[in-house]
Ligand binder design. Structure first.
Ligand SMILES: Cc1cc2nc3c(=O)[nH]c(=O)nc-3n(C[C@H](O)[C@H](O)[C@H](O)COP(=O)(O)O)c2cc1C
Length: 277
């Protein structure tokens, strides 16, 4: 393992290292207004949800590394205490990137990046019509983490109202991640998207918990065939299922493990256990 002392890196190197490792990050596309009513639009990937009741999200505009100055979005929320946070999908991500340009504060990035304004209902900040999700937010707190370039400013926002494109819901009225098609930020110039190949399910009933590695039979835990990934799937059952499949008894131990591994690859945990017991 490479060991890196924080003091050995300058702010830009540290920024590159942190943003290339802590990935993927969702992108808050933040709409604000200055005191003269001028619109501002900028993306921030230092962003996530931190509370449900109340619904709270946080994003962080860092002070500019070049001259330690505060970004326009931060100045606007310090003043107005409100913002709209939209989410970026593949359709609009090029425009989102364009809006991140370091334009003067008198430039309207809605116009610069080709977005349409829509009136919010509870606050005096515009929604982004092309975004699949818009949150109307009030800013409840701003926590400055330092004064130098690169220092974060946690903008703590309570969501007051949610606007969602109805086309992203499936038949059960649940959000389909592929229809929502949210993009994420990785390091440097990389972005990620929610494609069929990049998503998977881990079935785990919330009402129970798995038996854990420590309750797996030795023969399984010591097997050369299974990886940690396979063992975690086997250890996720409430209890080791009762024996059903008699045919598997004729297989040698390693053959059983290879067969069970194949079945695990298809996500069939109970069936894999039937081979093993
Ligand atoms: C996808 C993306 C994510 C970004 N995330 C952040 C971030 O989390 N924090 C930050 O300070 N700047 C971030 N930036 C850069 C800002 O968007 C950029 O500095 C912008 O000019 C700030 O605009 P403002 O001065 O109008 O607030 C990001 C840029 C892009 C393209």
């Amino acid at each position: 393992m490479k060991e890196i002392e924080i003091d050995s890196l300058n702010s830009q190197e540290l920024y590159n290292l942190l943003t290339s490792t802590i990935t993927p990050r969702p992108i808050a596309f933040v709409s604000t207004k200055d005191s003269s009513g001028q619109d501002n639009l900028s993306p921030f990937s230092f962003f996530n949800v931190f509370s449900v009741t109340p619904p709270v999200v946080v994003f962080s505009p860092v002070n500019r590394i070049s001259d330690d100055s505060k970004k326009d979005t931060l100045k606007n929320v310090i003043n107005s205490k409100e913002c709209v946070i939209a989410l970026a999908n593949t359709k609009i991500v090029q425009q989102v990137s364009l809006a991140s340009g370091n334009y003067d504060s008198n430039i309207d990035e809605f116009k610069k990046a080709g977005f349409t304004k829509k009136k919010a209902t509870l606050i005096d900040v515009n929604l982004i019509n092309e975004a699949p999700v818009n949150f109307e937010c009030k800013v409840t707190q701003i926590v400055e983490l330092g004064s130098k370039g690169g220092a974060g400013n946690l903008v703590i926002c309570e969501i007051l109202k949610i606007h969602i494109d109805e086309n992203v819901f499936d038949h059960d009225n649940k959000i389909d991640p592929l229809k929502l098609d949210i993009v994420s930020r990785l390091g440097l110039s990389w972005y990620g998207r929610t494609s069929v190949d990049s998503i998977f399910k881990i079935a785990k009933p919330m009402s129970s918990f798995g038996i854990g590695f420590d309750n797996l039979p030795n023969e399984i835990i010591e097997s050369k065939v299974f990886t940690g990934h396979d063992l975690a799937m086997l250890a996720s059952v409430d209890s080791i299922p009762a024996k059903k499949n008699k045919e598997s008894l004729t297989l040698k131990t390693e053959e059983k493990h290879i067969l069970a591994k194949k079945i695990l690859k298809q996500g069939k945990i109970k069936e894999a256990w039937e081979i093993l017991i």
